[in-house]
Each structure stands twice: as C-alpha cells, then as structure tokens.
Design a protein around this ligand. Structure first.
Ligand code: TEU
Ligand code: CA
Length: 557
C-alpha cells in the first residue's frame, strides 16, 4: 500500500524501561531487557517503540529529570546498548523513539549546577531565574503541576528558579537562542544514530507568559495553577516550528507531542501539512474514571460522555489531514480497565472491548506495556508504598485540605500514576520473571495467574486477542481504510453502545461495542458480509436485530 508518510501504518508500544525487563539482577529494567522482547512486540504488530527516558538521571522523576542528554543512564545500560537496540529493532521493521525531555533538565545537569554556582554566568540564562520579592517570597504564586510552589529559592540568594514539575526539574529558558541551539544539536545527535524520532515530553509548557502579577489563589495554599500562562501559551508555535525545522524535519522523523489542541487552527499548527509534530496524543479521556464518585453512580453515563468527546475529536481531526495518536494507558495514569470498567466486570470481555474500540479509530494506536495482558492496579496499604514525588505532594495537599489519612490514601490509590508502573508480569516465577534480584518497585502479586507466559499459551487470552487487533489493523485489503478512512459514529442514541464505521471509497468496516454489563439488542440496518473480529465465540443475529452479550464487541465488513 502507498503510504503518504512512512509512519502512517504505525502501531506503537510504550515501554517504561525501569519496569519492563531486568537482565542483570539489579532489580531495574534495562535496554538488554527490551532487546530480549523485540520478537514478542513484533508479534503484536508493533512497528514503533517509544521508550520512556533512558538518559543519565538522578531519577527524582524516574528519568524525566535528565542530567546528561548525551549519556544513557548506567542503570539502563550503555550508549552502545542503545545502538544495538536500534539495529536489532530495525531488523524487525521496528523504529525506536526516545523520550525528549526538553522543557526542563535535572537540577544535577551541568548547566544548572553552573547557573546556581555563578548567577552571572551565561548558564543562568539557560533557566528561568527571577528575584524574590522584597520580603523574600517567590516571584509569584504559581503552583507547580506536581504540587507546591513552582519556585525554589537558590541558597544564599534572594533568587528563585522556576520548576513546573518537581524541584529537581528546573525549567529551561526557551527565550534564550543559545540554549535552543544546544538542544537542537543534541536532538540531531540522536537522530544521526538512526532513531525513528521522539515522543516529546511536556512540550506544551516550554513557552511562559510573563504578563502576569500574582493571580487570585485557587486553593488554601495561596497558590494558583496558572495553565493559561504556562500551557500552550501565546507564541509557542514559533518555538515549535523552529524546533521542527532545525531537527525532525531534516530527518523525516516521527514525533508524538505531549500536547493538546482544541481548535482547528492549533491542529493545523501542530500536525497539519507544515505542522511541528507528526502527531500528538489524544488525551480527551484523561479526566474519566469510573471510581470517581460522579461516575461510579452511573457508569453508563460516563460511557455516554466519553462517546460524545471521542467522536467530537474524530470529527475535528477530519478537517485536517492529520492523525492523532490514540491510547488507553500510559505511565501517568492508572490501568485502563480500572478507570473505565466497574471492578466486578473487569475480565477478558471488557478488556478486549476497550482494546477494540480505540484500535480502529482514525489515528495511530499505541499500547502501553502490560495493557496487552490486562495488568491491573496494585493499591497500597500505606502511602510509603509509593515512591513518586508528585504522588506524595498530592497526598500532602489532600491532608492540608482537611482530609483524613485513610480517605487521602483511598483517593491516591485510585488516581496514582504509579499504578501503571509496577513491573511487567512475564511469568509465574518469583517477581513475575521481571528480575532475579530485588525489584525497584513491588510486583503486583496477581502475577501468579496474570502473566505473559500463561497468555501466550492460551489462544483465548487477551494477549492473543491483541495480536488479532494488530493483524487486522494491518490486513492488506483494509489497511488504507483504517489509516485514511473517515470515522462515522453509529447508534449514538443507544446508551452504552459505542459504534462507528471507517469508510474509504467502497470499503466500509463497522465496529460495534456493548460497553455495558447488560444484554443489548440492536435493531439491524447493516448486513454482515464478513465478521472480522468478535470477542465472544458466538453472535446472535436474526433478520432484524443483533443481540450483544455483556461487553461484546464485533468488527465486520
Ligand atoms: O507529563 C506531563 C504532565 O504531567 C501532564 O500532566 C501535563 O502537564 C498535562 O498534560 C498538562 O498539559 C510528562 C511525563 O509524562 C511525566 O511522567 C513527567 O513526570 C512529566 O512530564 C515531567 O517531565
Ligand atoms: Ca538491570
């Protein structure tokens, strides 16, 4: 098939390397571990792998705080290991994406160390450093995205540096052309190694709007989350375009921005013909969780809201030639079944339903490690079970708001991003086959039954269902329909029914899902020529209607 861009037929897979596969017994996943599983991933139909950060880092935010952009962190392996990974992946038709973390560095980065040692050096201008006010307070009352003030005092001065994330992640000053040049050089260094491209971290935050004073606080801490001033702030497009022109574009690389667009103009800027990224994540479902009170009461109402937003996005994107990247899970969210399915109904049927409904949408599907075997959350009995700083900050904030420890922990357990970071469950041996040593983070004890090996051997498993998803998405006579076809919603009025068609010329593929625990009858005006996928063994169809079992989903043409 003729692809308009080489990456249009991508099926992506995200690896959180720390938790993927340890090969040297230090309890930390590594690059060799990724190499070991390349054939497994190829078997899923994957041809793009995004690896979360592996550069040298003090790991305050598990690698999202980079101290040396040119070096692989020794806990993950060596620079040579990465080159081997790229080559081995290439042999299998797979391209590797690194995670590009350039909104901030680690506070251990040489630039930052020089900046705070000598505030008059040019490195001070690599970061965002401002005088505190006359009383020694921070320059303004912005809140960090990860909690607490966004400013940290530089010892022995009345100067503060800005950190939108943890204190260990000082924001870079993108207004400084010299700094930008340094970053572009580094990006090109990696692209020269044969990388497919990057997933670009927190890129919506690189531009800051400084036309503010203190803003009205939005919490008891007197601080304010000032999205408007540090997310997609006015003028960001210029920076993004320069970045693209100086790097990605020259290599025809594939980039996924961690950015969000709401208007057709923004979409055009970000992923249009001359856009600065290849694609960006569709985060529309971030706010939904069946375990939040407002949805727990009426799960089907949540499905209805999701339907509305999902198809609005598909509609919006239709006007551009662009493709969004569709996903259910990543390393910043609890596991998808926990978020979208009432606990007692989490099983093969509901999990395969979730996989199916996003896989055939217009856009690039990305699978997060463990999603393909249906890994679940592992709630903790104490806040000490969590490592993540942002999580601990959230917990503190909940207590400050007057919540009891018990309630706060309950909320953290249902929302914590570390839920998706438990080690990959490969088999039923100790620690799920993730490591021979002491794992850096506790393995979910359900690995004894829920693991990759069991599912590999079971033709009816979720893993094997995901393989079918991959194979169908790439089926020769349908691939262009899945990539370029338009999306048309069906049965929008039936509560809990999520259905759509993908249509290109005379090819029409239909996906119908019963996203409820009830039997659902649908009046049929479509005829099934060929059933392509069904997560049940049977399908009840008669002349006028189709009867769907709980969480049944089918794909047909
Ligand atoms: O996440 C960015 C982030 O936290 C998002 O909430 C973002 O701020 C939001 O979409 C608003 O635009 C990335 C990584 O995925 C995360 O793991 C890191 O901790 C973070 O950046 C800092 O590097
Ligand atoms: Ca290791």
């Amino acid at each position: 098939m003729e692809l308009k861009k080489w990456w249009h037929n991508a099926i992506g897979y995200q690896i959180y390397p720390k938790s993927f596969q340890d090969t040297n017994g230090d309890g930390i996943g590594d690059i060799q571990g990724i190499i070991q599983h390349l054939d497994d991933l190829k078997g899923l139909g994957v041809n793009i792998i995004w690896v979360s950060p592996i550069n040298e880092s003090p790991m305050m935010d598990h690698g999202y705080d980079i101290s040396d952009y040119y070096k692989i962190d020794p806990s993950f392996g060596s620079n040579e290991d990465l080159e081997v990974l790229i080559k081995e992946a290439d042999k299998r038709g797979i391209k590797i994406l690194m995670d590009l973390v350039i909104n901030h560095t680690s506070d251990q980065h040489e630039w930052f160390q020089k900046a705070i040692q000598n505030p008059d050096s040019k490195y001070a201008n690599y970061y965002i450093i401002r005088e505190g006010d006359e009383n020694g307070n921070p320059p303004n009352n912005w809140r960090s995205i990860f909690g607490g003030s966004a400013w940290e005092k530089i010892e022995g001065t009345n100067k503060y540096y800005l950190h939108l994330f943890t204190v260990g992640q000082p924001d870079l000053n993108w207004e400084n052309p010299e700094l930008r040049e340094k970053l572009y050089e580094m990006v090109n260094y990696w692209l020269d190694k044969g990388l497919g491209g990057f997933r670009i971290d927190a890129i919506s935050h690189i531009k800051k709007d400084w036309t503010y004073e203190n803003l009205p606080p939005d919490g008891p801490d007197g601080l304010v989350t000032a999205w408007k001033y540090y997310r997609n702030a006015e003028g960001i497009e210029e920076l993004l375009h320069e970045l693209n022109e100086s790097t990605f574009k020259k290599y025809d690389s594939f980039t996924i921005g961690e950015i969000d667009a709401e208007t057709p103009e923004q979409i055009e800027q970000f992923i249009g013909e001359n856009g600065c990224f290849s694609t960006y994540f569709d985060f529309f479902h971030n706010k939904y969780c069946i375990r939040y009170e407002q949805y727990a009461k009426d799960p089907i109402e949540m499905v209805e809201e999701i339907k509305k937003e999902l198809f609005a996005r598909q509609e919006l994107i239709k006007q551009s030639d662009g493709l969004l990247t569709n996903f259910l899970e990543n390393h910043d969210k609890p596991r998808a079944p926990e978020r979208f399915i009432p606990k007692k109904f989490i099983n093969f049927y509901s999990q395969s339903l979730l996989g199916t409904i996003y896989f055939f949408l217009r856009g690039i599907p990305v699978i997060y490690q463990g999603q393909e075997i249906g890994m679940t959350d592992f709630p903790k009995e104490s806040i000490d079970g969590y490592i993540d700083l942002a999580t601990h900050n959230n917990y503190k904030e909940l207590l400050e708001k007057g919540m009891s420890e018990e309630d706060a922990l309950r909320l953290i357990n249902i929302d914590c991003r570390e839920n998706s970071r438990t080690p990959m469950q490969w088999d039923d041996s100790e620690n799920g086959g993730f490591t021979d040593g002491e794992p850096w983070f506790a393995v979910n004890p359900n690995y004894k039954t829920l693991n990759y090996k069991n599912q590999k051997e079971d033709p009816e498993s979720l893993l094997n269902y995901y393989k079918k998803l991959g194979a169908l998405r790439k089926q020769e006579d349908l691939e262009s329909t899945f990539i370029y076809g338009e999306t048309i919603q069906l049965y929008s009025e039936i509560k809990g029914c999520l259905a759509y068609q993908r249509r290109l010329n005379d090819k029409v593929v239909t996906i119908i899902a019963n996203w409820t625990p009830n039997v659902m009858e649908i009046q049929m005006d479509k005829s099934i020529n060929e059933l392509l996928l069904n997560n049940y063994k049977t399908l009840h169809v008669d002349q006028e209607s189709m009867v769907f079992q709980p969480f049944q989903v089918i794909v047909f043409q």
